[in-house]
Design a protein around this ligand. Structure first.
Ligand code: PBG
Ligand code: ZN
Length: 330
């Protein structure tokens, strides 16, 4: 049967029909909102390259977390900027470092909001790489692993609900799992940035977290953008090592990877709509060239449709309100 019997437009004629046959529903339940914690007190500092996003000091972050919680967003992910950086990123695994202190402050105010601690060294090393360096200036995989374990333990012991290693070292998920289990933290899930690409879309984030590498780039540890089979291998390895949730990052340029990961493994799959994806929309909208709300919701819906169960994104607070308004309109 074909036209004129078949007329797909019949089921698009009205909003009621469109609602009834809609295949993908974006929800505030899907969102994880990133927060940047900086030293000092009373700081709420807008990030230039990410309009609408601010850095918060520890004393201010609990109030921000409470407003995220009040919007119905289930989880936040924390990134920290330390007072001092050094060669091994020691502020990143200090049990009294900026992230453990922020976790305790937030848990005191909004205990039900899930807190994910992003585990990486690039915000804490003076060279800005995601691990410690060999004498030749390469990132030393195996020497980095114990430091990632220490950071994970510091965050989980401070009350984090999950740890999310974003460093792309081989073997980190197994090392972190073993560390958590050995410290009576068997119940803490690992969210692995399993397929994290060496992307130019991270530019604005590196302004927000002061984490740009001082030399070179991250291509020797993050994935090469043209590769897809390799992403499936990365995910398989992380699942074997004990990852509970796997992540694809960035999201928009890697929708095919999200779909393949979801179809291949069928495990909880997260996608990170990264800073550059956010700022592109913000900049175009700021110039009046696109409708921010519609483009943002379309981009997030596309990520969901591709197979993501969880979407880390900087639009989450606005999108929570937009989705609430849309639900009330019908
Ligand atoms: C740190 C990290 C980065 C992001 C999340 N964790 C930056 C990087 O790898 O350079 C990027 C997030 C974003 O751009 O929004 N490893
Ligand atoms: Zn890093």
């Amino acid at each position: 049967m074909a036209f004129p019997e078949q007329r797909p437009r019949r089921l698009r004629r009205t909003e009621g029909w469109r609602r009834l046959v809609r295949e993908t529903t974006l929800s505030v339940d899907d969102f994880v909102y990133p927060l940047f914690i900086v030293p000092g007190t009373g700081v709420e500092n807008p990030v230039q390259s990410m309009p609408g996003v601010s850095q918060f000091s520890v004393d201010r972050v609990a109030a921000e977390a409470a407003s995220v919680h009040a919007l119905g967003i289930p989880a936040i992910i924390l990134f920290g900027v330390p007072e001092e950086k050094d060669a091994t990123g020691s502020a990143g695994y200090d049990p009294d470092g900026i992230i453990p202190r922020a976790i305790r402050a937030i848990k005191g105010e909004v205990p039900d909001l899930l807190i994910w601690g992003d585990v990486c060294l690039c915000e804490y090393t003076d060279h800005g790489h995601c691990g410690v360096l060999t004498e030749a200036g390469e990132v030393d995989n195996d020497a980095t692993l114990p430091l990632l374990v220490r950071a994970s333990l510091a965050y989980a012991q401070a009350g984090a609900d999950a740890v999310a290693p974003s460093d792309m070292m081989d073997g980190r998920v197994a090392a972190i799992r073993e560390g958590l289990d050995g410290s009576d933290l068997q119940h803490i899930p690992i969210v692995s940035y399993a397929a994290k690409y060496a992307s130019a879309y991270y530019g604005p984030f590196r302004d927000a977290a002061y984490s740009a590498p001082a030399f070179g780039d991250r291509r020797a540890y993050q994935m090469d953008p043209p590769n897809a089979e390799e992403a499936l291998n990365e995910v398989a390895l992380d699942l074997e090592e004990g990852a509970d949730i796997v992540m694809v990052k960035p999201a928009g340029p890697y929708l095919d990877i999200i779909r393949r990961v979801k179809d291949t493994f069928g495990v909880p799959t997260a996608a990170y709509q990264v800073s550059g994806e956010y700022s592109l929309i913000k900049a175009a909208a700021g110039n009046g060239w696109i409708d921010e709300r519609r483009v943002a919701l379309e981009a997030l819906t596309g990520i969901k449709r591709a197979g993501a169960d969880i979407i880390l994104n900087y639009f989450a607070k606005d999108a929570a309100l937009w989705l609430r308004e849309e639900a009330e309109r019908v």
